[in-house]
Write a protein that binds this ligand. Structure first.
Ligand code: BGC
Length: 698
């Protein structure tokens, strides 16, 4: 019989003693748990929380979605700050902003009594059609990890666990519960695992969520090699592993309890389907599992419970806050820094409010709200208010400019086009979207079926330009769009992504020049789908016989376009500003380095314009001699700098030599070979202004 404790007794037990170190407290608590209590802790109770163990005063560990802020479905229908999507954050190329974002959502999670946030989503954008591209960051693993690291640090600074997801290769929604991503070892490590690895090493996330899909025929949550051997043993991951919701029970063929436990999954969510008490007892009786194996995964879960302060006095924990003007301002800044100006013929933008009498504001997204119940899937956040583009422009134009819907009677026509999350409606009703592909929207559970905008929008754009050549297209969407049928005719295109609750103000600020655009594309925009590396056949996307072949290998995104010399519509790293920048005087601190060193790249950047502007200086590297084929260019560093009109700034960018490594399958390790390398500096992967060579001598 397990010993009962009074409240007073409980408070005196060693695991409640905050003076003791965490490992001692965890061991003490673990030793007090009965086998049934341990089993109880291994699966969810309610949709987003674990069971409590009242006897020992263990309260439920509570989680919340997700990548855009605190979701409504995990916060008792509360309305929370809606931040822009992950792709917008990535476009900002701003590490500090990622940290502030993490800190803000950490505070929002804390104030509603949650202990973990199921974010960031760091799957690599392999295909532009992936329904969740809007939640994820980039096609590039370096950029992904550079922003995910500060985000996780920000969240965890509030003693809230971050949960990077979905480990790994959840790069499409079609057949997500059953598809197997067939990936070569080098590609898996160099492209798809890299951001997870770096995050674990640099930011110590307290959780990792496994994906629904299989990799090379095996479900991730039953994959000892990729979980225990890689996450725990190779990368020294100290947190716990949680399944994606219902993943265990969706598995086909089914997975066994011992496979998942031995692989290292501590928590089955949202309920015990595979980790059912009966099955667990049977596995223990049949000696397929030992209690020590259970202890290993329970210990990890308990440790995180201590880290988030589940046993501490609430008053000693960071105090949360929600929906504050500060958070709303941050949401606006993220939108302003993430929007990407794609085209601006004859400097049409910024608009001069004193010279405009009428603006036509049209298009399906002009007054659309995106923050609705499960709209887009699990990342949906409903804010207390949402500034639509129309609302933002009305405020800006009040008493100054008239607003109409007739392009023929306006100085400028602004079309708010793009996508939405409508295709998720079926998912919300609980239907399986396993085999469906959406009609062209960004949503969890469904991939897009075309790169183009819906036909009626293309017609609207072409008709409007005919009616009024001063047409501006603002896109609200979360993934690349083909524009061949209208790009030439339209003088201005602004990619606004899904810009969050303050989006309308951010758009108005950019159009009228209160904010100088500085976002850069974290993903290549192809001219047509066939140009995209994942789309060479149905075998490579969406797959045949539930297998999707990653035949492009490491050549994902710009790595592929450069290798094949395919002209993209807009390259990775691209984005215009109202300022012009001149790059000059590139210097590296040495010409020869060893593999543990850091290169300091220094350059001068001048803003030759009359407005303050920010530029993302991008550093790419090329390995000139290597035993394996390497990309022509890979992002290895960047710095976003703000430069005043006519000012020249000297900027130093540190590049760790380890960023130049490739994954060597012969001995399963990351390697930098000696020899010559080249550095490219520029404003996008295509606009390279400075080059320099250096050598690595081991
Ligand atoms: C999604 C996860 C999400 C979870 C909980 C799953 O369907 O794939 O990203 O965190 O649901 O809502």
């Amino acid at each position: 019989m397990a010993q009962k404790h009074s409240k007073q007794e409980l408070a005196t037990l060693p695991f409640r003693n905050i003076i003791l170190d965490i490992e001692t407290r965890v061991d003490d608590l673990l030793n007090r748990l009965t086998i049934d209590e341990k089993i109880k802790l291994l699966a969810g109770n309610r949709f987003f929380q674990t069971h409590s163990i009242k006897r020992l005063g263990i309260r439920p560990f509570k989680m919340t979605d997700g990548p855009l802020g605190i979701s409504m479905h995990t916060s008792f229908l509360r309305k929370n700050t809606r931040f822009p999507g992950g792709i917008c954050l990535a476009s900002s190329f701003n590490r500090q902003l990622a940290y502030e974002f993490g800190k803000a959502v950490g505070k929002e999670a804390r104030v509603i009594g949650r202990h973990a946030i199921l974010a960031p989503g760091i799957n690599i954008d392999r295909t532009p059609l992936n329904g969740r591209t809007f939640e994820y960051l980039s096609e590039d693993p370096y950029l992904t990890k550079e922003l995910a690291i500060p985000y996780v640090k920000g969240v965890q600074s509030q003693r809230i666990a971050a949960c990077p997801k979905h480990y790994v290769a959840n790069n499409q929604e079609t057949n997500r519960f059953t598809v197997s991503a067939e990936i070569g070892e080098r590609t898996l490590h160099e492209i798809y695992l890299r951001a997870f690895m770096e995050l674990i090493k640099e930011a110590d996330p307290w959780m990792i969520m496994t994906s629904y899909n299989k990799v090379n025929g095996q479900y991730l949550f039953a994959n000892k090699a990729l979980l225990r051997n890689t996450l725990w043993d190779k990368w020294n991951f100290k947190g716990f592993i949680v399944s994606d919701w219902w993943a265990f029970s969706r598995a086909n063929p089914p997975v066994s309890i011992e496979e998942c436990i031995l692989a290292g999954v501590s928590l089955e969510m949202p309920r015990a389907k595979v980790y059912h008490p009966k099955s667990l007892h049977r596995a223990l009786n049949e000696q397929k599992l030992s209690e020590e194996e259970l202890n290993t995964i329970v210990r990890r879960l308990l440790r995180v419970m201590f880290l988030v302060g589940l046993f501490d006095n609430e008053s000693t924990l960071p105090q949360g806050k929600r929906n504050t003007p500060d958070h709303q301002k941050l949401a606006r800044r993220m939108a302003e820094e993430g929007m990407v100006l794609l085209k601006n013929d004859t400097n049409t933008l910024p608009l001069d409010i004193s010279k405009i009498s009428t603006l036509a504001i049209i298009g399906p997204n002009r007054n659309k709200k995106f923050g609705k119940w499960l709209y887009g899937g699990s990342s949906a956040v409903k804010p207390p208010y949402e500034i639509t583009p129309l609302k933002g422009l009305k405020k800006k134009c009040k008493n100054k400019v008239q607003i109409t819907t007739d392009p023929t009677k306006a100085d400028y026509a602004i079309i708010f086009a793009g996508l939405n999350h409508d295709s998720n409606k079926k998912l919300v009703r609980g239907e399986s979207n396993d085999k469906k592909i959406a009609t062209g929207n960004d949503s969890e559970g469904i991939d897009r079926n075309q790169l183009e905008l819906p036909k009626d929008q293309v017609n609207l754009i072409n008709q409007t330009v005919q009616d009024n050549p001063n047409t501006i297209v603002v896109l609200l969407n979360g993934s690349p769009i083909a524009m061949n049928s209208w790009l030439e005719q339209v003088p201005v295109i602004l990619e606004a992504w899904y810009p969050g609750m303050e989006g309308g103000h951010a758009i108005a600020n950019i159009l009228f020049g209160d904010i100088n655009p500085s976002g850069k594309l974290p993903i290549t925009f192809p001219k047509k789908l066939l140009d995209s590396p994942a789309h060479s056949s149905t075998k490579t996307f969406p797959g045949e016989n539930l297998k999707v072949y990653y035949n492009e290998g490491i050549f994902v995104g710009y790595r592929f376009f450069e290798k094949e010399n395919i002209e993209p519509l807009f390259p990775f790293g691209y984005g215009l500003s109202y300022s012009n920048f001149i790059y000059d005087n590139l210097q590296v601190n040495k010409t020869k380095y060893t593999k543990d060193e850091t290169i300091t790249v220094s350059l001068d950047i001048t803003n030759v314009s009359n407005c303050l502007g920010s530029e993302v200086i991008q550093v790419y590297a090329q390995d000139l001699e290597c035993v394996v084929e390497r990309p022509l260019k890979e992002l290895v560093g960047f710095e976003k700098v703000s430069v005043s009109p006519n000012e020249t700034k000297t900027v130093k960018i540190p590049i760790k030599i380890k960023e130049l490594a490739f994954y060597d399958c012969t001995d399963q390790s990351w390697k930098v070979e000696q020899g010559e390398f080249r550095l490219f500096l520029g404003g996008s992967s295509k606009d390279i202004f400075l080059k320099e060579k250096f050598e690595i001598a081991l």
